[in-house]
Ligand binder design. Sequence first.
Ligand code: SAH
Ligand code: SF4
Ligand code: F3S
Length: 437
Amino acid sequence: MKSYYIYTYGCQMNTADSERLAHQLEQVGYLPTEEVEAADLILLNTCAVRETAETKVFGRIGELKRLKEKNKNLILAITGCMAQKNQAEMFKRAPHVDIVLGTHNIQHINEMIAEVQRTHKHQINVDMDNTVLPELQAKPNGTFFAWVPIMNGCNKFCTYCIVPHVRGREISRPVEAIVKEVTELGQQGFKEITLLGQNVNSYGLDFKDGTDFGTLITALDGIPGIERIRYMTSHPQDMTKSMIDALGSSSNVVTHLHLPIQSGSNRILQKMNRHYTVDHYKALLQYCREKIKDVVVTTDIIVGFPGETEEDFQDTLQLLKDVRYDMAYTFIYSKRSGTPAATMDEQVPEEVKRVRLQQLMDIQNEISLDLNKPMEGHNFDIIVEGPSQRDENTWFGRTSGNKMVLFPKDDSLKVGDTVTAHIDRAQTWVCYGSIIK
Ligand code: SAH
Ligand code: SF4
Ligand code: F3S
């Protein structure tokens, strides 16, 4: 029996792709192994969004050389965004890699493995000219929860971002294909799905027939068994009022909105090519808060974009205080070669970026705690996800708004149960609760 081991880096899109790669491998007889040392095939599904992500992967590839030397038949495959970005350079840097497979052709993994076995030569496929997404089956990791990619690629070209370069242009899956998949997931007992796209608000625009994200949300409403529909990521330029109306009136869309702002300075937003102003963003969010009851709002912020002055940064801090996000994912700007921002003047010194990041996190942490505190004493429905990272006897689940609730393990509960939790104590990142029914 042949076995495989997959390392997954980066965003949920990669997690979803890994599940699709795993399914294909199992079709030709590979079995998963927990021990990387024992694997016949090691696959690294990689991310290139920040330099730290790439450094991590190159480090891992280096370590795996040892296993290749021990086992001549071991196959090492690099897939995902770094494969797409580095292409054949990957073999120069790490000749022990066998396969470089880009973001548009994961349906060809098994053919490439067969070619390596036949020829013992490097195999590469980094073509990006597909205009239709292959319909691929997944091997879901969970029992109640599934990722559902609705599109691939991004047309936005934010000046700091590598994603449009490595994921290519937007291609949407047809509404019917998505409805079919979600219906089948519901029949198989899945309760919660997350619709994935780099910019879900431009979903369907490539069909040029009036289809948009709102159409999809409406089509997915009321599918039997599906209790929760999550979606990410939203884009403030493309999110329209009618989409928000659809989200607000759906019976199963969750009360969590992830709406990246990136910066609180209009000057920086323009340099980032984000195509909206802070005022537009705030008005949009106001509309979301009216239409989606109790919506939990999270965001992404980059500090130290080229040319970011202390004044621009203060605008971002002010924005945090005005908007009051439940949570913010904060990043230090990372230069990505091939993107316009990488060659902009006035790169911000590393030390300044680090200080700004810390200031931002301090303010955000206070706000997160402030917003979680009023949850104490109230009840929330959660879906049980299993043991937390803390210890085996502390389990966790999430609210519709994506707040994590920890509770003492209870043998009468199983993963995937929908239960009501009473919140006893709220902290910055998590809440502690007791299950009441
Ligand atoms: N499509 C999504 C997510 C893209 S990547 C969106 O538009 O929001 C996730 C986050 O990584 C981005 O929101 C951004 O905040 C951050 N990011 C992207 N490129 C980056 C870079 N070069 N340096 C630092 N952070 C970056
Ligand atoms: Fe990157 Fe911008 Fe596209 Fe998001 S919208 S993936 S940040 S280019
Ligand atoms: Fe990384 Fe690619 Fe996602 S660059 S963030 S894995 S789309």
